[in-house]
Ligand binder design. Structure first.
Ligand SMILES: Cc1ncc(COP(=O)(O)O)c(C=O)c1O
Length: 403
């Protein structure tokens, strides 16, 4: 099929729920992907935060091929060697004390499990989440997600969810009641615009949760695996939650969700309380082992810290030149650039020039490149962004429509 036929057929056969970019990606290596016509792109999306090791990392490819020959599926009702190996590697890197996990297939599922676990462990129903939060789109996760455009068409959602203003300890304290099981939040809000909490906030939250006997649950689906310059974002503030949700990059690109908790918390789950058919499949676990090994061996979080600093610096230089840039913020290679107008045109024009970027709300450009992105590739992103912003500003000042 050619490009046009693929686009038409996918639009016809697949539910129309994704904001599609008009490009057919067929190949990837490191931080680069190529479309069906052989055009190259620097991928600052990592497939929405998945390909942190780079696309088709050779260690992951090798592990998947080897395991596929041996055993692909094995229900968690039976024991499996790859699953154990993966769990050991996982709890070796998770913050101390988080050492019992449930494995699933996506970020939303990791959050669903956390919600059920909080209710089971505490015997209480209420979950406090943050305004601006994104936790996924299944019914439980959606109930914790903030944006009404995702929530409203699907009401009634799961009851007993409360949203409070973010970064405000007093609001959380006021919101906690006798019914509260847990406070759930992203340490750095991703979809909500790449928002970093003020120093002291997460520490304060930990204290409040301890004082009130409420679980603290971090959704690190987007911020973990070295993305922000530490293995887990919570390490920037030295705060360990009781439950942590992980997903996206942990199986080197294969679907995975992980809910990891303190042993006594996870032990609240009894046989039958929670499950999914694909929990800890050998194939995914083999990929996960290769992914964690590579992350640790190459100390990719350190690369994220160094490259992120370089990237952010360059973006700040652009801010000096383009008044349309309101703010540059981020940690490691999780970077948001807030513009004074809608970012969609900028995203489409950058795509045209060989750079893939994401949005995070209407006004924020989000950069989530693979941690293996090279300096020259960052330079290309910067020069494309420079050109695109210049063009946009010229078009706006001359009154020419830009879309
Ligand atoms: C913080 C966070 N939580 C949960 C999710 C949902 O993950 P998934 O799309 O794998 O269900 C996402 C997805 O972007 C996310 O960023």
């Amino acid at each position: 099929m050619n490009e046009k036929e693929i686009i038409e057929t996918e639009n016809k056969l697949m539910a129309n729920v994704f904001a599609k970019r008009p490009v057919v990606i067929t190949r990837g290596k490191g931080a680069l992907v190529w479309d069906i016509n052989g055009k190259e792109y620097v991928d600052c999306t990592s497939s929405y935060g998945v390909a942190l090791l780079g696309h088709s990392h050779p260690k992951v490819v090798e592990a998947v091929c080897k395991q596929a020959e041996r055993l692909i599926s094995c229900h968690a009702g039976f024991y499996n060697d790859m699953r154990v190996e993966f769990l050991q590697k996982l709890v070796h890197i998770t913050p101390k004390g988080l050492d019992k996990a449930f494995l699933s297939n996506s970020g939303a599922e990791a959050v669903e499990c956390a919600i059920k676990l909080a209710r089971k462990f505490t015997g209480k129903p209420e979950i406090i989440a943050m305004m601006g939060a994104f936790h996924g789109k299944t019914m439980g996760a959606l109930s914790a997600t903030w944006d009404k455009k995702y929530r409203e068409p699907f009401q009634p959602l799961v009851p007993e969810f409360k949203h409070v203003a973010p970064d405000n300890l007093e609001k959380v304290r006021e919101a906690i009641s006798d019914k509260t099981a847990a406070v759930l939040l992203e340490p750095i809000r991703g979809e909500g615009g790449v928002r970093i909490p003020p120093d002291g906030f997460l520490q304060g939250l930990r204290e409040i949760c301890d004082e009130k006997n409420v679980l603290l649950m971090f959704d690190e689906v987007q911020t973990s695996f070295g993305r922000t310059g530490k293995l887990f974002a919570c390490e920037h503030w030295g705060v360990t939650p009781d439950v942590m949700c992980l997903a996206k990059p942990f199986a080197g690109g294969l679907p995975i969700g992980i809910t990891v908790a303190r042993e006594n918390v996870m032990s609240a789950f009894k046989v039958g309380d929670h499950s999914t058919t694909f929990s800890g499949s050998p194939l995914v676990c083999a990929a996960g082992c290769a992914a964690i090994d590579t992350l640790v061996k190459e100390k990719l979080w350190k690369q994220a810290a160094v490259k992120g600093k370089y990237f952010k610096n360059k973006l700040e230089q652009l801010q000096g030149k383009h008044k349309v840039i309101k703010e540059v913020r981020g940690l490691g290679l999780m970077i948001g650039v807030e513009l004074r107008y809608d970012v969609l045109n900028v995203i489409l024009k950058a795509l045209d020039r060989g750079v893939l970027t994401l949005d995070a709300g209407r006004n924020v450009l989000r950069f989530l490149p693979p941690l293996v992105i090279e300096k020259e590739q960052i330079d290309k992103v910067i020069s494309v962004l420079d050109e695109v912003l210049e063009e946009e500003e010229n078009a706006r000042s001359s009154g020419t429509p830009t879309d």
